[in-house]
Ligand binder design. Structure first.
Ligand SMILES: [Zn+2]
Ligand SMILES: [Zn+2]
Length: 206
């Protein structure tokens, strides 16, 4: 499986293009801006994007959605508990960000345990609330896309309305750290990591 990371937008949220070795059908996760750069990469790789999946509804992860959706015609998926964020520019904080208010309706509402399957690629939805109520991580092969739930050496902020520190700690410890040590971690901001490295070095995990 191929994972291409494109830090996008002024907040450098990681957009990921994911596609299997033997296919050009792929998914886009969190197109947070710089849609031109993301589209250029999709063209370069000759990818046929089948889904756009959001780890959560914050403005810095959704600012490129409209353009990517127009270009790919792919349906947009988000956890059902973050739908309200996607639809409300004040709630998703975009109204206070440089890109201005963004309000979008999703096509697919996800729940914990859902699987998005594309040929050999299977993305399992793991509900990891705390940063937002409907935050998800995606388990694809030996990779975990953790959004703003888990970063290399840190965790997401919980000072937003409806955020919960207890919930994010529970998500990290009981939903993510249960995966094997060699599982690769691809966060919503910053560099990649592994479950082993986070267990050893992340102060919120130990
Ligand atoms: Zn966020
Ligand atoms: Zn973010």
């Amino acid at each position: 499986m191929n994972v291409v990371r494109i830090p996008a937008g002024v907040y450098a949220a990681n957009c990921y293009l994911i596609y299997p070795e033997n296919s050009t059908e792929g998914i886009v996760v969190d197109p947070g801006g710089d849609a031109d750069d993301i589209i250029a990469k999709i063209k370069e790789l000759k990818l046929n994007i089948k889904y756009i999946i959001l780890t959560h509804g914050h403005g810095d992860h959704i600012a490129g959605v409209k353009e990517i959706k127009e270009y790919t015609n792919a349906p947009l998926a988000i956890h059902k508990d973050d739908e309200y964020l996607l639809k409300d520019g004040d709630a998703n904080l975009s109204s206070t960000m440089v890109m201005g208010s963004i309000e979008i309706s999703p096509d697919i509402l996800l729940e914990d345990g859902d699987n998005i399957t594309l040929g050999d690629l299977n993305a399992e939805v793991i509900h990891t609330p705390g940063h937002t109520p409907g935050g998800i991580s995606l388990k694809i092969d030996d990779c975990l896309l953790t959004g703003d739930t888990l970063f290399a050496g840190s965790i997401g902020r919980t000072d937003f309305p409806k955020s919960s520190y207890d919930a994010i700690i529970n998500s990290v410890k009981n939903r993510l750290m249960v995966f094997p040590d060699d599982t690769k971690v691809y966060p919503g901001h910053g560099p990649a990591s592994t479950i082993k490295k986070e267990k050893e070095t992340n102060p919120f995990v130990r």
